[in-house]
Design a protein around this ligand. Structure first.
Ligand SMILES: CC(C)(COP(=O)(O)OP(=O)(O)OC[C@H]1O[C@@H](n2cnc3c(N)ncnc32)[C@H](O)[C@@H]1OP(=O)(O)O)[C@@H](O)C(=O)NCCC(=O)NCCS
Length: 152
């Protein structure tokens, strides 16, 4: 069974390795260590229960005033299309709502069709475009956003 938990210091090497495997920019172990204590940082892992803490997914983002900025979301290739991305995002949106966020935003590579399909399914809409925002390989960024519903 896969469950979502708060990211811990011990998870950081595997989180950074997963980001790199997925071709995402990473803030690195030291960068994560700095933001782990930040109350407005939303740092989650998806763990497959077993003897070891096996990290199969990660989410990083932060809330500034009423907006959650999503930095990275990644699921191990062997675990994709099992709703783990959806689980991580749902948990992050709940945490963001508790911190006062009413909107979530992110940038995604225009060539990243799986991620675009995922975010579209999750209710994100295109609101902007940044030409050649990414390097190696060069790509445009699409700016996506969605409201966060606050459950009463
Ligand atoms: C994007 C990503 C996180 C999705 O994670 P996931 O756990 O596989 O996604 P889910 O199983 O929760 O997918 C939910 C829905 O999103 C859509 N979706 C997800 N991956 C898709 C794909 N490759 N192609 C088309 N639709 C897709 C589908 O509608 C899916 O529902 P379905 O499987 O019932 O059709 C994963 O593909 C990934 O880690 N990619 C590499 C890292 C990355 O690009 N991150 C995003 C940039 S921050």
């Amino acid at each position: 069974m896969v469950r979502v938990a708060q990211m811990t210091d011990g998870d950081l090497p595997l989180v950074v390795a997963l980001e790199k495997e997925c071709g995402l920019n990473s803030r690195g172990v030291d960068g994560y260590r700095k933001i782990l204590p930040d109350q407005n940082a939303i740092l989650l892992v998806a763990i497959e229960d077993g003897e070891d803490r096996c990290i199969v997914g990660m989410f990083s983002g932060s809330v500034v005033v009423d907006e959650m900025q999503i930095d990275n979301l990644a699921v191990n290739e062997r675990y994709r299309r099992m709703r783990i991305g959806q689980m991580l995002l749902a948990s992050a949106l709940s945490s963001a709502a508790r911190l006062g966020a009413v909107v979530a935003t992110l940038e995604v590579r225009s060539a990243n069709l799986p991620a675009r399909a995922f975010y579209e399914k999750e209710g994100f809409a295109l609101v902007g475009f940044r030409k050649r925002y990414y390097a190696a390989p060069s790509d445009d960024a699409l700016l996506l956003t969605r409201e966060i519903q606050i459950k009463s």
